[in-house]
Design a protein around this ligand. Structure first.
Ligand SMILES: C[S@@+](CC[C@H](N)C(=O)[O-])C[C@H]1O[C@@H](n2cnc3c(N)ncnc32)[C@H](O)[C@@H]1O
Length: 284
């Protein structure tokens, strides 16, 4: 018969292998949703779309957003080399960000009351079709390294997302989380050069992908149609497009690339469908 110590050790080992994306939700709902567990291999190989594909989708979409807003970008453009300025011709007419999204990506998404009872707000495909493998949304928020203090921000906060390597992203658009994000964003700004986007904290984000924190969890009845994927912004990412990145580092003195999380479609998703991700990931 195994000793209580060895049973406890086995339980702890299994618990540590869960990459619980949202801690309180997992603790309360794991038993009810066991069939929805997602199994991935360790070592960061949980990628449905290659990093290069994610990067080029983001750059193409952010360029389209930048071009459509060119009249407000003059001050910034004047600081950039002529070769960069030439990449952004004036558009024929100004467009709403949802129209830019539809034209560039072939779909648009928005937030609405969830199709599930008592699940609050969800994210839906509002126009077009999301093809399998497409980048469909981004998870906004302040990025905390494993050792950084997040205790007060995390109290009663269902928006703390845990990356596979333990980095945390606080996607709450209210309260102390909102103030922390705004203050980090102001700290990193270089004159007219914004290093991240703050408008996801409002009801009208200038990057309409940045609503991934409102994607609800799948269930035994509603299968996941999107999955989370970590994406580190490479140093070569165009400086004028960083203003659309909905993430900022909590500490300014952290080396290495900025961590983002994107949501990628697991199948074709039609207009009117709600997005469902998987909050439970078991790393093998
Ligand atoms: C990251 S938030 C998602 C956005 C949330 N729907 C809202 O309106 O704030 C996670 C919270 O959404 C709710 N939620 C997510 N998936 C759900 C589901 N399948 N059924 C019921 N509630 C859900 C839970 O309250 C959970 O703590």
């Amino acid at each position: 018969m195994p000793s209580p110590g060895s049973v406890l050790r086995a339980l702890l080992t299994r618990w540590r292998s869960y990459k619980y994306r949202f801690v309180p939700w997992v603790a309360l709902n794991l038993a009810r949703n066991r069939r929805t567990l997602r199994y991935v291999t360790s070592g960061g190989r949980d990628k449905v779309a290659a990093d290069a594909e994610v990067c080029s989708s983001l750059v193409a979409f952010f360029k389209a957003l930048f071009t459509s807003d060119i009249s407000h970008q003059r001050e910034l453009l004047d600081l950039l080399p002529a070769s960069t300025r030439a990449m952004y011709p004036a558009p024929d007419a100004s467009e709403q960000v949802v129209d830019v999204m539809y034209k560039c990506l072939g779909f648009s998404i928005d937030r609405r009351p969830s199709s599930l009872d008592a699940a609050g707000t969800g994210v839906f495909v509002s126009k077009g079709l999301v093809p399998k493998g497409a980048l469909v949304s981004m998870y906004p928020g302040a990025v905390y390294q494993c050792h950084e203090p997040i205790f007060f921000q995390s109290i009663g906060n269902p928006f703390i997302f845990r990356c596979l390597d333990g980095i945390l992203i606080d996607g709450n658009d209210r309260g102390i989380s909102k103030s922390v994000y705004r203050s980090c964003s102001g700290r990193d700004r270089l004159g007219p050069l914004e290093m991240c986007d703050c408008t996801w904290l409002t009801s009208a984000p200038r990057n309409p992908l940045a609503v991934g924190q409102y994607v609800n969890n799948c269930s035994n009845e509603r299968a996941a149609n999107v999955c989370y994927q970590e994406f580190d912004v490479p140093p070569s990412f165009p400086v004028e497009l960083r203003q659309y990145i909905p993430n900022v580092r909590y500490s300014h003195d952290v080396d290495g690339p900025l961590r983002c999380v994107v949501l990628v479609a697991l199948r074709d998703i039609r207009c009117g469908e709600e997005l469902f991700s998987n909050y439970f990931t078991l790393v093998q």
